[in-house]
Design a protein around this ligand. Structure first.
Ligand SMILES: Cc1cc2nc3c(=O)[nH]c(=O)nc-3n(C[C@H](O)[C@H](O)[C@H](O)COP(=O)(O)OP(=O)(O)OC[C@H]3O[C@@H](n4cnc5c(N)ncnc54)[C@H](O)[C@@H]3O)c2cc1C
Length: 470
């Protein structure tokens, strides 16, 4: 008989916690997941926050990374009923009212809209896009470099502002800057362009879809697989100490570095605890969802069909906004990331209405009110937008953190993914999920390869636990 009550306890049920739990359960381990909130899913939750029938994603909305991720592809969650919806236009980037850069599924069609940059876009993004599978594998485990990772690094480890110098068309420059801004780091610093080029390549390779029924369907599929394998999920229980958990061979923490210290700090060697202490968090998210009558009345009709909108203006405006945010200043024209989810997935809103929403990048821990500023900014590019608002739901950085303890100060990244923290996450190690305690593993976005719904930190941590303790 086993000396333990269970084989593993996973603390936290975000995509990484759930992928880790499923991976362990598939290997025959008895696994319990303990989640602080009343609903499992972490960044995968969706709710009717504005009006009944309007389903909004609380955090993650669009899923190029899930589509390209080896962890998700290996799980085959379509067997649990998971489906994605998308069209030919993953992304639109309004530059000024009536004028936008449009990123299409086809790299050639996208490039055709980028004037003087047609050739370079086709050559760089088209090539990476056609190798999305290899790129997904390479990014999923970047500490074991592959030729694709080396090629990505050679092209785009540089500051985004340097890459922008190689482009001449306003539309391609805007689109690239918006993609890189997903890293939420100052675009004059290295590494953000890695994120930008990878996201662009995935948009061409696999698209930028939403999950049918809401991002929560991804959690539902993972939970269905996990419970079918005999796994148990305990919700509404915030873990404060590893000593109060059921006895287990392994504990996997899908938590922030801050909570990892709170829960298991007394078990860590000082050097590992210091690495967790030293993690720097990036900018925060200020999220607004709207129930809209009809559609968003974009001045540029091409935006009506774009699944995702980077409302950022010119590349220079995006660079300035991200620079201000990184310096702790609220920009006058914040970068907005907006999902037109119900356009792609009509199940998310009653007929004649739209579930629209997204977030602004704001300084870490920002505590002001910018709802009016955000709506004015959208109104400029979509005149009449404000008249169509039926209801809104606002989540400030503090509210984001209250809804998910991993969003420290409302920061969405689990530790800013700048060059250092992309690799040393939380410290440099070929097995970044390992802690100084051989039975405790970190499996959240605060380990390699970092934020996003791709489940790779969860998969790598679970594989390491199986290898060492299985
Ligand atoms: C506004 C926003 C928009 C985003 N948009 C996208 C997007 O479009 N596409 C994309 O790929 N990614 C997106 N992301 C990023 C993505 O959501 C995260 O990177 C991802 O969810 C991280 O997964 P995780 O499993 O590491 O942690 P999380 O999803 O954050 O889950 C952690 C879970 O652990 C629980 N927990 C924490 N501490 C404890 C404790 N002590 N005891 C018990 N439970 C605990 C939390 O309650 C939570 O449920 C977005 C994030 C935000 C905030």
């Amino acid at each position: 008989m086993s000396a333990y009550e269970v084989d593993a306890v996973v603390v936290g049920s975000g995509p990484n916690g759930l992928v880790a739990a499923v991976t362990l359960a598939e290997a025959g381990w008895r696994v319990v997941v303990v989640e602080a909130q009343d609903t499992a899913g972490g960044g995968l939750r969706s709710e009717e926050t504005t009006l009944p029938g309007y389903v909004h994603d609380m955090c993650a909305s669009n899923h190029p990374m899930a589509m390209a991720s080896p962890a998700f592809r290996a799980l085959g969650l379509e067997r649990e009923g998971l489906a994605f919806a998308q069209n030919d236009i993953p992304l639109g980037h309004p530059i000024r009212p009536g004028e936008s850069g449009i990123l299409r599924r086809s790299a050639a069609d996208t490039a055709a809209g980028f004037g003087a940059d047609e050739k370079i876009w086709r050559r760089v993004m088209g090539t990476f896009g056609s190798r999305w599978k290899q790129l997904g594998r390479a990014i999923g485990n970047p500490l074991r470099p592959t030729p694709d990772l080396i090629a990505l690094g050679a092209t785009s480890v540089w500051p985004t502002t340097w890459l922008l110098k190689a482009l001449r068309d306003e539309r391609s420059r805007a689109v690239l800057s918006g993609l890189a801004a997903h890293a939420i780091v100052d675009l004059r610093k290295p590494a953000a362009a890695l994120v930008g080029v990878a996201l662009g390549a995935f948009a061409h390779g696999v698209g930028w879809p939403v999950a049918v029924g809401g991002t929560s369907s991804i959690a539902d599929a993972l939970i269905a697989r996990f419970t079918a394998l005999g796994g148990e999920i305990i919700t509404g229980t915030r873990v404060t100490s590893v000593d109060r958990l059921p006895s287990a061979r392994a504990v996997l923490l899908d938590t922030s570095p801050r909570d990892a210290l709170r829960i298991a700090g007394h078990r860590f060697a000082p050097s590992y605890a210091n690495a967790l202490h030293r993690m720097r968090y990036g900018a925060s998210a200020y999220k607004v969802d709207w129930a809209i009558e009809g559609d968003v009345p974009w001045a540029d009709p091409a935006l009506a069909d774009a699944g995702y909108i980077h409302l950022g203006g010119t590349a220079e405006q995006v660079v300035a906004a991200e620079r201000d945010v990184a310096k702790g200043r609220m920009p006058d024209e914040p970068f907005l990331l907006l999902s037109q989810a119900s356009m792609l997935d009509p199940t998310r809103a009653p007929s004649g209405g739209s579930a629209f929403g997204g977030y602004a990048h704001v300084p870490f821990g920002f505590d002001g009110d910018i709802t009016e500023l955000i709506e004015r900014r959208i109104e400029r590019f979509a005149p009449g937008f404000r008249d169509r608002i039926l209801a809104r739901h606002v989540a400030t950085p503090a509210a984001m953190e209250a809804h998910n303890a991993n969003l420290v100060g409302g920061a969405i990244d689990g530790g800013v993914p700048d060059l250092r923290q992309l690799l040393a996450r939380p410290r440099l190690s070929l097995n970044p999920a390992e802690t100084s305690d051989p039975r405790i593993f970190l499996c959240s976005a605060s380990t390699v390869p970092g934020p996003g719904v791709h489940g790779m930190p969860g998969r790598l941590a679970a594989q390491l636990a199986l290898k060492r303790l299985g």
